[in-house]
Ligand binder design. Structure first.
Ligand code: ZN
Ligand code: ZN
Ligand code: ZN
Length: 299
């Protein structure tokens, strides 16, 4: 499904990240200006808030572009494993912004529920909100397509952000339609629902990014692949303590192998080199092998 050579290439990843970032910035600046003009024209607090919310998305797009640029920097003395985890840091920042935005949404929704204000709503504003939601849905699909192509958590995070924005615009548009037919409270209720949606998205993205930053364990699949290849080498009697450290796309693997305790150091070392080479070819990551003397009791 994926072209692994292409998605591992930092230059290709950077191009995809920058393309998505630019589309986000241009789209969000245009949408926020349209919504701000409409909001001021009809004196709608929720529409103005939605416009400002869209404007804050420009900031998150700038973060994505900067993080992709940093992620392709090679390792240096202070950061020997490179900047691969920069994408996770960017995702975490986006997640925090989503939660902050959701709290603000919730507060303004409660205010509107308690004290509805008169709004000069009209069907052409409704049409603008529907267009805004549809455009955001397109931005979601565009970012999701690119994010899936290069398997990037930051792009997928931004994609989901676009979709919550589409829901927010739809909620505001439909909510204000309720104002038109004599139910101003619908505006506040829909606003609260959208706030919960945004908060849930922020929580999920934040959790995933934090897991990557804390150093989550490797997949069962990867561990099994490493074990299988190690055991294929003649003289390996057991494999344990398989560890995988991931820095974005870059992975570093270490494992213990058990060999006959009667072997001399040169032979044991030769076996460990063969195991390392075999795993390296299988998963294309540097491998460090530690040799243990085989004991019947422990594995
Ligand atoms: Zn947003
Ligand atoms: Zn061991
Ligand atoms: Zn060696």
């Amino acid at each position: 499904m994926h072209n692994h050579l292409e998605i591992a290439n930092p230059q290709v990843r950077q191009k995809y990240g920058q393309l998505e970032g630019c589309v986000s910035i241009v789209g969000n600046v245009a949408l926020s200006l349209i919504k701000l003009i409409c909001g001021l024209a009809i004196n709608s607090v929720s529409l103005i808030a939605d416009a400002f919310h869209t404007l804050t998305d420009v900031i998150t797009s700038v973060i994505i572009i900067i993080s992709f640029r940093l992620a392709q920097k090679p390792g240096d003395q202070e950061h020997p494993f490179g900047y691969g985890r920069m994408e996770a840091i960017a995702t975490l920042i986006i997640a925090v912004l989503l939660v902050v935005v959701s709290v603000e949404f919730f507060q303004s929704s409660i205010k509107r529920l308690i004290q509805p204000v008169p709004i000069r709503y009209d069907y052409y504003i409704f049409a603008v909100m529907i267009f805004s939601a549809a455009f955001k849905e397109w931005m979601y699909r565009f970012a999701k397509e690119l994010g899936e192509r290069i398997d990037s958590p930051a792009l997928l995070a931004d994609a989901w952000h676009h979709r919550t924005d589409a829901a927010a615009s739809l909620g505001v548009g439909v909510g204000l339609l309720g104002v038109l037919i004599g139910f101003p409270q619908i505006d506040g209720l829909l606003g609260m629902a959208v706030a919960f949606l945004i908060a849930a998205t922020g929580y999920q993205l934040g959790k995933d990014a934090a897991n990557e930053l804390l150093g989550k364990g490797p997949s069962e699949d990867l561990v099994e692949t490493i074990r299988r290849h190690a055991l294929q080498v003649k003289g390996v009697k057991g494999v344990h303590d398989i560890e995988v450290h991931a820095y974005g796309e870059a992975k570093y693997i270490s494992a213990h192998i058990c060999v006959d305790p009667a072997l001399d150091v040169a032979t044991a070392h030769d076996i460990s080199d063969q195991v390392a080479a075999k795993i390296e070819t299988a998963v294309s990551a540097p491998v460090l092998i530690h040799v243990d003397p085989w004991q019947r009791k422990s594995v």
